[in-house]
Write a protein that binds this ligand. Structure first.
Ligand code: AMP
Ligand code: GLY
Length: 437
């Protein structure tokens, strides 16, 4: 049967997904439900249609119209709205968990409780609140190191960390009061100290196949300063670990993903089929779980999918059919560095509608479009992370040089982080881990 694949989402992550499909020698048609006109996706797809892909009925109708037999869901919002459930109901295979299982991402309280109930290592001391009862006492118990998390999808804006966003218990109490006044549930937990990394696994409900570890950079400006963003850039190493991690750290992260997949299967009586993305922190007392996402990371997808050697169409069928166990999933032993060019003023006051020029990029296979649009035939910035470039080489240092040169060649009112993946920043991460041991 010819593969008729529906990709939901139209950012750089989804372009990386589509590129990986495109590399498969299998006979295929690729369709994309998009939120914006991504020219990189348009070029590779049979059709790109702009529409509300968060709406399950709309997605199902389109999937039926094109005769899709496989779908992959890029962003979290359609997962939270039950788009996977709706597609499965009409017999379409899906890479992406059902709504209940996507709670791993959509509810911080769900995930914390799951780890506790199934005695999965890596969880913090935490408590869940929906009123101010006991909040001050629990903050006192945690002292200086606490994190307040709104319990729901907030685009990364619902989390406030002591020392970073909250500089006193008074400020923390004020934020909690704000959440209570908005009828919000929230989690207060212990703050971990260490280095963050992303470890994503393909999961077919039973078996997990792990991807190379990646480190993202959430802060907007050089030296990890400025407001939080969706991620300004990422790197991965040729050995699929990271320079500041030990073999045990990687093994612990694998173990936490495996145990979590088993726990959700036990809880819901059916397995998690999709990408299980653990956001971890390596600390002095082992690997801790910061959060789960129920999808590929963005930019992490550009790092790992640029290295994927296995046939991605076959892999996605393996996830949906529960046959990953017999599959060999392999990644090239190369390092990658991904850098995003973002609009001036991003993330708080981004310029919009300004033309950009990517014609200076020499390797277009490493160029990924994100928040862009076409206006009067011109490529313009649409207000969020604009274009990403990926450098692939034998070392992080060489991959960084490539990515830096490429991202610098994109012209327009944009900026990027020059420090991501540099020897200096990598050394800083290694030193930080040594310091806290
Ligand atoms: P989340 O939305 O849960 O990923 O949180 C956003 C960011 O807040 C993470 O990337 C971390 O940098 C930080 N964070 C969240 N939870 C913790 C924690 N328990 N300890 C330290 N930092 C945290
Ligand atoms: N890179 C962070 C995320 O995808 O959530």
């Amino acid at each position: 049967m010819k593969n008729k694949i529906l990709v939901i989402g139209s950012g750089a992550r989804e372009q990386a997904i589509i590129r990986a499909f495109d590399r498969s020698p299998k006979e295929k048609e690729i369709y994309c439900l998009a939120s914006n006109m991504n020219p990189g996706i348009a070029e590779l797809c049979d059709e790109i249609l702009i529409g509300n892909f968060n709406e399950p009925d709309f997605v199902v109708n389109y999937a039926k119209e094109i005769g899709a037999n496989l779908a992959i869901i890029g962003p979290e919002n359609p997962l939270a709205n039950g788009v996977a459930d709706a597609l499965l109901d009409v017999g379409i295979k899906v890479v992406g968990p059902k709504k209940d299982l996507a709670q791993l991402e959509t509810s911080k309280a769900f995930t914390r409780n799951l780890l506790k109930e199934y005695e999965i290592p890596g969880g913090p001391i935490y408590k869940i609140f929906n009123s101010m009862n006991g909040v001050a006492d629990f903050l006192n118990e945690l002292g200086e190191n606490y994190v307040v998390k709104y319990d729901g999808l907030a685009g990364g804006k619902g989390v406030k960390v002591s020392g970073d966003h909250l500089h006193s218990h008074e400020k923390a109490l004020a934020y909690c009061t704000e959440l209570v006044n908005n009828d919000g549930e929230f989690v207060i937990e212990e703050k971990f100290i260490g280095e963050e990394f992303s470890l994503m696994s393909f999961c077919d409900g039973e078996t997990l196949k792990h991807m190379p570890a990646v480190q993202d950079h959430k802060r907007a400006y050089e030296g990890d300063t400025g407001p939080n963003t969706g991620g300004m850039g990422t790197y991965s190493d040729a050995n699929h670990s990271l320079p500041f991690l030990t073999k045990d750290d990687i093994a612990e992260a694998h173990e936490i993903n495996i145990k979590t997949a088993k726990a959700v299967k036990d809880k819901f009586g059916e397995g998690y089929k999709g990408i299980l993305y653990g956001g971890f922190m390596a600390t002095a007392s082992g690997v801790k779980l910061i959060e789960y996402n129920a999808r590929f990371g963005d930019p992490e997808a550009m790092n790992v999918l640029s290295l994927l050697e296995s046939d991605f169409i076959e892999l996605c069928h393996g996830i949906a059919d529960g046959t990953l166990k017999n599959m060999n999933v392999s990644f090239e032993n190369k390092a990658t560095v991904c850098k995003y060019a973002v609009p001036e003023g991003y993330p708080d006051n981004p310029v919009k509608g300004e033309p950009i020029d990517v014609s200076g990029v020499s390797n277009t296979d490493g160029l990924f479009y994100a928040s862009v649009d076409i206006q009067n035939g011109k490529l313009v910035e649409a207000g969020s992370r604009t274009v990403a470039v990926v450098g692939v080489a034998d070392t992080i240092s060489k991959a960084e040089s490539i990515a830096e040169k490429e991202v610098s060649s994109v012209s327009g009112p944009l900026f990027h982080r020059t420090d991501i993946g540099t020897d200096e920043v990598i050394q800083k991460r290694i030193n930080h881990m040594k310091l806290i041991q």
